[in-house]
Design a binder for this molecule. Structure first.
Ligand SMILES: [Mg+2]
Length: 188
């Protein structure tokens, strides 16, 4: 299994999670379950105003700012802690005893925000330290297979968490279908 994740945040530093989406897939990339949570502040306008300008513009354009203002639950760091707790409660029973890799587009970024949300690292024991990072494949394809790279899937709604998760999964499936990762000879 692979646990795919994407977080939208107020920026890199100091950053606060605004939205979490995750999808658990089989090794063959078939969806098992999905999770989505907005992380809303008591004062969403101030929260968004504290965001990095380029991030704020992006989240106004893609509708996340409006969704946060309309949802009205929780409060900044407390809400973030609660949302990450819900993510953990959703994922841990599904994953079982064998730690799964975290998938996504540079999921090291998302892992950093999960760990910074007030949870101790042991809270994520169900995760392997390994990543399935499609940005690595994008970087290699851009250099070695530019035509394949140009045809990669584009997110339906970029920088919205679930759309970005779905795009990461679709991107890996695309590279696999293109033969970017070949099959073992005895399984052909
Ligand atoms: Mg994203």
């Amino acid at each position: 299994m692979i646990l795919w994740i994407d977080t939208e945040t107020t920026g890199l530093e100091p950053g606060c999670i605004l939205e979490i989406a995750a999808v658990l897939t089989t090794d063959e990339l078939d969806e098992v379950s999905r999770f989505h949570r907005l992380v809303c502040a008591d004062d969403p306008v101030t929260l968004l105003n504290d965001s990095e300008p380029i991030v704020r513009e992006m989240h106004v354009a893609n509708g996340l700012a409006a969704d946060i203002c309309n949802a009205r639950i929780g409060g900044d760091r407390t809400a973030e802690f609660g949302a990450v707790s819900m993510f953990r409660s959703w994922a841990e029973p599904l994953v079982g005893d064998t730690p799964v890799p975290l998938g996504g587009n540079t999921p090291s970024f998302d892992r950093m925000f999960l760990l910074a949300s007030g949870h101790r690292s042991r809270a994520f024991d169900f995760l392997s330290h390994r990543h399935v990072d499609v940005s690595c494949l994008n970087e290699l394809a851009r250099r070695w297979a530019p035509t394949i790279y140009a045809g990669r899937p584009q997110a339906a709604k970029a920088h919205r968490a679930m759309a970005d998760v779905e795009n990461s999964i679709a991107t890996l499936a695309y590279y696999r279908a293109q033969g970017f990762i070949g099959k073992d000879k005895d399984t052909e």
